[in-house]
Design a protein around this ligand. Structure first.
Ligand code: HEC
Length: 144
């Protein structure tokens, strides 16, 4: 049996040790080497692309990092998967892009706007996903 004094020392010592471990892990998590968000690569172009992404409701049909609508393909890795040329062509297309049946909105973006969106998609595609790379989409028969 612990005496009252020993119990108090045990409690205070245990609290101190776990508190220090907690602080240590917090510092470690926030250290630069642990950053996975690529925030340094967020250029003005990426920000413009993100605004276009928001204001055109791409999320209504598509997912990024698994978040969004499940009507259309996952786009986190779309630049890697399809290449810039393909994505640019479909963003600038005056006709609905639908090689797989469902229709992508014919936004008819300008070249500058398409390049901004591509910069945003490139940035998100370069985020370190801790191995969660193979996000699938309903239409993505040939995506993997
Ligand atoms: C009304 C639903 C809808 C909206 C809104 C929408 N898309 Fe799409 N998008 C689609 C569909 C459906 C496809 C698949 C077309 C196909 O392959 O037949 C697609 C395809 C794509 C692809 C090619 C994906 C691939 O793997 O081939 C890209 C890139 C894309 N959309 C980007 C965007 C962006 C950027 C926006 C917003 C500016 C947007 N989409 C808004 C429905 C939508």
């Amino acid at each position: 049996m612990l005496s009252k004094k020993q119990a108090r020392a045990f409690f205070l010592g245990g609290t101190l040790v776990t508190f220090l471990i907690f602080i240590g892990l917090t510092v470690y998590s926030l250290s630069e080497a642990q950053d996975q968000s690529n925030y340094k690569d967020i250029t003005e172009q990426v920000v413009r692309g993100k605004h276009l992404w928001e204001s055109n409701n791409c999320m209504g049909c598509h997912t990024l990092l698994g978040e969004g609508g499940y009507y259309a393909p996952e786009l986190t890795k779309v630049i890697e998967r399809r290449g810039e040329g393909y994505v640019k062509a479909l963003l600038m297309s005056p006709n609905p892009w639908a090689p797989n049946g469902r229709k992508m909105v014919a936004y008819g973006f300008s070249e500058d706007q398409a390049t901004d969106i591509i910069a945003f998609l490139k940035w998100i595609g370069n985020i370190d996903l801790n191995g969660f790379e193979r996000v699938v989409s309903p239409l993505a028969k040939d995506n993997n």
